[in-house]
Design a protein around this ligand. Structure first.
Ligand SMILES: Nc1nc2c(c(=O)[nH]1)N[C@H]1C(S)=C(S)[C@@H](COP(=O)(O)OP(=O)(O)OC[C@H]3O[C@@H](n4cnc5c(=O)[nH]c(N)nc54)[C@H](O)[C@@H]3O)O[C@H]1N2
Ligand SMILES: Nc1nc2c(c(=O)[nH]1)N[C@H]1C(S)=C(S)[C@@H](COP(=O)(O)OP(=O)(O)OC[C@H]3O[C@@H](n4cnc5c(=O)[nH]c(N)nc54)[C@H](O)[C@@H]3O)O[C@H]1N2
Ligand code: SF4
Ligand SMILES: [Mo]
Length: 677
């Protein structure tokens, strides 16, 4: 019997609909869903080949424990007994939990609850720290909320699309489809990116090809031009913002020629972009890692939101700077409280609301931690016991050699994944997890769009859903009562009770609603909320707070010894640390090995040709990688995707963090290059 079953793509946060073709319990093919509002029959290459990784030969199928320095198979009972015995020795601040942007909300909720209730610490994080922590830090003080304020579907209403540090065509291909539609209706696109990314090349009317890490300078210049030329939206500024005098004074003190010198973009282009954006009726703004992943990520976002405020580009469908969280459940895992300072529903530790008291009552425990936990990268360095679920720090975190040392020195390292990742290889205990359609649960996609994944397949071997695994350990640690759930549905019912924006969402509604429901959704009759800030912002006084931001250069710039800027990022065919996409033959055939991009002039200077193996060295380490010579990258700048373990980009990157949010500066460090011997 062949069945067509609906599901949602497991890769990026667009959340495209897919039909899986299932015969006798095995997926034999797939089709994009034509009636799904996000993708309307389209899928990108990852989506088109989404199910193949499930059948990779080396899926983890059995728990394993390290004995005489080797990982050997064991039973679930043996693994749980070992973990429980060890965790009972751990003091609260000695334990840390890393959860996953691939978790369902139900998984994420019980993982953070375990950390807080059983281990007594707020040391719980996920890849959101490495991705959009700067959005919360930048948008919080400005507009009061760090999530996407619109529906992705409304992007096609824009008459101007401003893309800052986001390579939309390769990283959110189905949102790119909407940008193309807007362009077909006459919209203009402005792209701010130091590279001629495919998005810059194919979409932009104006490409502001700035020097790396100078976004604050470009945005200050745009704002200065707008105020000097009287292009600001005076009515919006008067009615909905505070701080225009201080902003004006600050921008008056800056000299446009100096700004141009620092950012490397001409006055002509800046003026053109400023006019298009300020005059747009619907100015959409998407930003991502090119803006975020700097020691000044939060500052850049504050400046960008201020630019949108002074031009009135907020509060209508399609408008307002949108952080584009990229992982399939990058939004939901954060919503569930897998961050060191947030209880579920972004209830902040240390505020007058005292969420630790409220949750202690809801969860029926005496005490819960009231101090912030450690952010992701510090947790790796500063805890003795770690449980890592569905994230791969041995590839994803800067300065890998130091990550390795820290992970190797743990009293206990548990890694729960679907593959034997670089991180799993260092574990004391490896736990095999069910993936994607092997379990049930909900995800929140980029625009707070909540959709449900149904269980369509059995897990391989003895693999189990993440939520089930943590429940067994909680019970053995003596907390059966607080973790008395027998299904994701029961966990979700608790989520609805304690996380107000999810209250009106039910499994039944999600099963009936094509394209999901956008939170906040306060009642079961409520249709969900697509546009934020229509009348007021989420700040205490309801106003947008214009921010004065000064430029701070990246922490490590080129010098005589390390003369090139290294920037790291993504390509369309691969996903992050490659665990899934590199096990997908059709994707891996497209790009099967590591490469980096170098400008023809730099290549000529260093006798590098297309395909030459080159040694890239930073102050942290060295890798060997094949050259791709292209003028898509400017002189003095090399671009290296971070998907490939054979040339791990994070061996080179700088572990320095944005002091406002703990975001690493993945987008700028200094390297030298030599033809490999
Ligand atoms: N194919 C694919 N898609 C993905 C992912 C993936 O791994 N593969 N990951 C998902 C996830 S979790 C995320 S967070 C998103 C990331 O999505 P993006 O942020 O779009 O991806 P990146 O390639 O990291 O960086 C985007 C752009 O920033 C530019 N950039 C570098 N430095 C600067 C700078 O100083 N200023 C500016 N303005 N731009 C700069 C780079 O040249 C690059 O073109 O993608 C999601 N989608
Ligand atoms: N140099 C550099 N480094 C970066 C970035 C960059 O631009 N440059 N970007 C950063 C960003 S934005 C992000 S989001 C992070 C991403 O960093 P990670 O989240 O660490 O990257 P992934 O490869 O997506 O890791 C997800 C893991 O979950 C596993 N998995 C999949 N499904 C399941 C499941 O259902 N259960 C369990 N238990 N495991 C599962 C996968 O096998 C994989 O090992 O990387 C960051 N690192
Ligand atoms: S755009 Fe994202 S969600 Fe859609 S098919 Fe591609 S990877 Fe999947
Ligand atoms: Mo991300």
């Amino acid at each position: 019997m062949v069945a067509y079953e609906k599901t949602i793509c497991p890769y990026c946060s667009c959340g495209c609909g897919i039909y899986l073709v299932i015969e006798d319990g095995k997926i034999i093919g797939q089709e994009p869903q034509i009636d799904h509002p996000v993708n309307e029959g389209g899928n990108c290459p990852k989506g088109h080949n989404a199910y193949q990784f499930l059948y990779a030969e080396d899926r983890l199928k059995t728990p394993m424990i390290r004995k005489s320095n080797e990982l050997v198979e064991c039973s679930w009972d043996e693994a749980f007994d070992y973990i429980t015995e060890k965790l009972k020795e751990a003091g609260p601040n000695e334990f840390g939990m890393l959860t996953s942007g691939k978790n369902t909300n139900e998984d994420a909720y019980v993982l953070q609850k375990f950390t807080r209730v059983v281990m007594g610490t707020n040391n719980v994080e996920y890849c959101g720290r490495l991705c959009h922590s700067s959005s919360a830090a930048g948008l919080g003080p400005t507009v009061g909320s760090g999530v996407m304020p619109i529906s992705q579907l409304d992007l096609e209403k824009a008459d101007c699309i401003l893309l800052v540090g986001i390579n939309l065509k390769e990283t959110f291909p189905l949102m790119y489809m909407r940008a193309l539609r807007a362009k077909a209706n006459g919209a203009k696109a402005i792209v701010i990116d130091p590279r001629k990314s495919v998005t810059a090349r194919e979409l932009s009317d104006v490409h502001l090809q700035l020097n790396s890490g100078t976004d604050v300078v470009v945005i200050n210049a745009l704002m200065k031009i707008i105020l000097d030329e009287g292009l600001e939206n005076k009515e919006f500024i008067g009615a909905r913002t505070v701080g225009i005098e201080a902003l004006r004074e600050h921008l008056n003190s800056l000299n446009l020629d100096d700004l141009v010198k620092t950012c490397g973009v001409s006055v002509r282009k800046l003026k053109k972009a400023a006019k298009i954006f300020a005059k747009a009726k619907t100015g959409s703004v998407l930003f991502n890692q090119g803006l975020n992943q700097h020691i000044t990520g939060a500052d850049g976002i504050k400046a960008l939101a201020t630019l949108a405020l002074i031009t009135g580009q907020y509060g209508r469908p399609g408008t307002g700077p949108s952080p584009t969280r990229g992982q399939v459940n990058g939004e939901g895992t954060g919503d569930m409280g897998c961050l060191n300072v947030f209880y579920p529903g972004f209830q902040k530790v240390g505020t007058a609301a005292e969420p630790h008291k409220k949750f202690a009552e809801l969860w029926d425990v005496e005490n819960l931690p009231d101090q912030p936990g450690l952010p992701y990268t510090k947790m790796i360095q500063q805890t003795k016991y770690m449980w890592i679920v569905g994230t791969n720090p041995m590839m994803a975190v800067p300065d890998i050699d130091n990550v390795k040392k820290a992970l190797q020195s743990k009293e206990l390292l548990i890694v729960q994944d679907i593959f034997p990742t670089e991180t799993a290889k260092l574990a004391d205990v490896v736990l095999p997890a069910s993936a994607w359609v092997e379990r049930e649960g909900i995800h929140a996609y980029v625009d707070r769009r909540v959709q449900k994944i149904n269980k369509l397949l059995d897990s391989p071997g003895e693999a189990k859903p993440d939520w089930w695994i943590v429940l067994q350990v909680a019970e053995r640690m003596g907390y059966k009562e607080q973790f008395d759930f027998s299904s994701p549905r029961e966990i979700f019912e608790e989520i609805r009770r304690v996380v107000p924006p999810y209250k009106g969402i039910t499994y039944e509604r999600l099963e009936e609603t094509l394209g999901g429901i956008q939170w906040p959704c306060p009642t079961e009759e409520h249709p969900g909320t697509s546009t934020f800030f229509t009348e007021k912002f989420n700040t205490p006084d309801g106003l947008g707070h214009l921010q004065v931001v000064n430029y701070i250069p990246p922490a490590e710039l080129p010098d005589k010894d390390y003369p090139y800027i290294l920037s790291t990022g993504r390509t369309i065919f691969h996903y992050h640390t490659g665990t899934m996409s590199r096990r997908t033959p059709k994707l891996n055939d497209e790009v099967s090995s590591a490469y980096f991009e170098v400008n023809p002039k730099d290549a000529a200077r260093q006798s590098i040709k297309a395909g030459t193996m080159v040694t890239l060295t930073s102050r942290r380490g060295s890798i060997e990688v094949k050259a791709k010579v292209t003028d898509d990258v400017p002189e003095g700048f090399v671009f290296l995707p971070f998907h490939f373990s054979e040339a791990c980009a994070n061996k080179l990157t700088n572990p320095v963090l944005d002091p406002a949010c703990g975001m690493p500066e993945y987008k700028v460090c200094a390297v030298k290059m030599e033809v490999s011997k």
